[in-house]
Design a binder for this molecule. Sequence first.
Ligand SMILES: Nc1ncnc2c1ncn2[C@@H]1O[C@H](COP(=O)(O)OP(=O)(O)OP(=O)(O)O)[C@@H](O)[C@H]1O
Length: 244
Amino acid sequence: MEQAVRLESLSKTYGSGQNAVTALTEVSLDFRAGSFTAIMGPSGSGKSTLLQCAAGLDRPTSGRVVIAETDLTGLSETALTLLRRDKIGFVFQAFNLLPSLTAEQNVALPLRLAGRKPGRTEVAAVLAEVGLGNRGRHRPAELSGGQQQRVAIARALVTKPAVLFADEPTGALDTSTSREVLALLRGLVDQHGQTIVMVTHDPVTAAKADRVVFLADGVLAGELVNPTAEAIAARMTRMEVSAC
Ligand SMILES: Nc1ncnc2c1ncn2[C@@H]1O[C@H](COP(=O)(O)OP(=O)(O)OP(=O)(O)O)[C@@H](O)[C@H]1O
């Protein structure tokens, strides 16, 4: 089965000597093309570090990341930047839109950075896909939190990436808006075969994924396939109790 992302024995240590902090130890994981995976674990267990390394935003200390058959190990900064631009989408908790640009301009940005003149219909189509067909001319401050996150998702999708990484994508949203954004992510997987890897603290959010992978102290601590929120919450409680 085709893997969109492969992590092989990924380890990451921040700092050195007495100040060294080991955030990940020999984590190996595959993310199948067209699958939706949630990463969970107690605070400090290495979730964000895993996502940053997998997305080429940070370099692992050892191990390999392979995205769409390209090994990121040893790529120059320029080659890594190009790969990130073409093959990887990233969505942040805080949306990270450019406030002075309209929604359309924010979405078109990755194409412009790639030296392409984005077609109006191309950008409009992605905005329509995230349910914002009529908001293209608005700036972020004129949009709700949920709408801003939709723009950020459209911006991440405009290059048709092999994988969309999302770090707490609903963390700044209220419950009903979170549900809408999650339904959008689920639809991207079901209707367009998008691969999504999402970090979350919330069992209800994680239950929207096909699979939940648990991290504890930087190592893999099991997984649940087709999870329910209750099963995820029970597993998290057990992990938090055993960490005490
Ligand atoms: N830039 C850094 N320098 C030093 N240590 C770091 C750095 N980033 C993360 N760490 C440490 O690495 C470990 C893993 O952090 P990480 O942010 O990946 O965990 P997390 O599971 O995402 O946590 P949270 O749920 O609280 O966001 C923690 O001990 C953290 O303090």
